[in-house]
Design a binder for this molecule. Structure first.
Ligand code: TUI
Length: 308
């Protein structure tokens, strides 16, 4: 399991945890890093003081490398980007935009830069801008998504770039990891599987929804806002999807009712008004386990399959 990703990031396994907004905090990040992967703390749209504290708490829980995800649509992305430099974060991943303008300063600070991208065109721009690797994220992922699937996107990005590619979207066991490697990826990003981990701090109701979800309990909402989002199919998510389809909810009304809905899901487990962002693979996630078991079982299964 040694690839250019383990070499680049100095970790045991070529696995990074998804930078899930509101979800990925220091307990989860430290647990994944201690398990031999790369844990991430989500910047999301958090205040700078919150993220600084999370980074410092994570440093207390692990001496292994970990990273921060910068959500580029956040109004304070610029401040959070600078914080990563000030706090000497080892790795930065980015989502929901083009991080080009931040890359030179991060590189100068010795930070490994890994943009999450949904297309070949953006992947090429990121390589030119100096990224160390990219995460090619398929539409199977939870949260804000692109249109291409992991199966189609990953090999095309691998063919187009020289830097290593990490596959994301729909990977939750060793079969997914092995398949990603077959597509040419040199690492995987795992989000949904870690929602059902012991160290993940989301509300128990959220974990229960993930564990109980079947293959069809998933829906994409908000395509008409320009920010499509993949969620667990709760009554609230169905209402949003129907409102979008039949025109009974304008894009403005959609924005209004979803404002703060991720926090309501993660912190309150509010199924009436919360958005439970979650990948399509949740149907296969049936058990809450420690991150160490998740990582080790996934990697052992992948290794066995790849050695066949
Ligand atoms: O970013 C994610 N997933 C996310 S971010 C998030 S928080 C959020 N809240 C409200 C609205 C939107 C997001 C929840 N889940 N994944 C990585 C990702 N990046 N998926 C898609 C993209 C992306 C999209 C467009 C990356 C770059 C991009 O570039 C556009 C451009 O500027 O060229």
């Amino acid at each position: 399991m040694k690839t250019r990703i383990t070499e680049l990031l100095g970790c045991q396994y070529p696995l990074i945890q998804g930078g899930m907004a509101w979800v990925a905090e220091h307990n989860l990040a430290a647990a994944v890093s201690n398990a031999g992967g790369i844990g991430l703390i989500a910047g999301g749209s958090a205040p700078i003081d919150y993220l600084r504290e999370q980074i410092r708490l994570c440093k207390e829980k692990t001496d292994k490398p970990f990273g921060v995800n910068i959500m580029l649509m956040s109004p304070n992305a610029e401040d959070l980007a600078q914080l990563c430099i000030d706090e000497k974060v080892a790795v930065v991943t980015t989502g929901a935009g083009n991080p080009g303008k931040f890359i030179p300063a991060w590189k100068d600070a010795g930070i490994k830069v890994i943009p999450v991208i949904p297309s070949v065109a953006l992947a090429k721009r990121m390589e030119k801008a100096g990224a160390d690797a990219v995460v090619a994220e398929g539409t199977e992922s939870g949260g804000h998504i692109g249109e291409n699937t992991t199966m189609c996107l990953v090999p095309q990005v691998v063919d187009a770039l020289s830097i290593p590619v990490i596959a994301a979207g729909g990977i939750a066991d060793g079969r997914g990891v092995a398949a990603s490697f077959m597509l040419g990826a040199e690492g995987v990003q795992i989000g949904t599987r870690f929602l059902a981990s012991e160290e993940c701090q989301i509300h128990p109701t959220f974990k229960e929804l993930v564990v109980k979800a079947k293959d069809t309990d998933n829906v994409v909402t908000g395509r008409y806002t320009g920010h499509p989002c993949r969620n667990i199919k709760t009554k609230f998510a169905k209402m949003l999807a129907n409102g979008e389809k039949d025109g009974s909810l304008t894009p403005e009304q959609f924005e209004e009712v979803t404002l703060g809905s991720l926090r309501k899901a993660v912190q309150d487990g509010n199924v009436e008004e919360g958005s439970f962002l979650c990948g399509l693979i949740a149907g296969m996630v049936n058990e809450i386990k420690p991150c160490k078991d998740i990582v080790e079982e996934m990697m052992a299964q992948a290794e066995k399959l790849l050695n066949r």
